[in-house]
Design a protein. Structure first.
Length: 91
């Protein structure tokens, strides 16, 4: 793990919870922890990794394949999303 702040990210479907640093994307950390997650491009363009954010905040600056309106409704691309707080994801 890096020296930046870490946040708890809970995956509702598996019940797993992990720590993710603010400078790490959720997908990479989840895969490193052995959580089975859907993904493809790992660059924020294909939407295979799209999830619903149930609580918390994510930095999605590079989530190019979803609109701001979708983000406002809780959609997130976890391949490029970085936690800004503790989060729960419907993933």
């Amino acid at each position: 793990m890096t020296g930046s702040a870490q946040h708890r990210v809970k995956f509702k479907k598996s019940g797993r919870e992990i720590l993710v640093a603010e400078d790490e994307n959720v997908l990479s950390r989840g895969l490193d922890e052995g959580i089975e997650l859907d993904y493809s491009c790992q660059g924020g363009t294909c939407t295979t990794c799209k999830v619903q954010v149930l609580s918390g905040r994510l930095d999605q600056t590079y989530a190019l394949a979803i609109s701001d309106a979708e983000k406002d409704k809780g959609a997130a691309l976890i391949c490029v999303a970085k936690p800004l707080s503790d989060c729960e994801l419907d993933a």
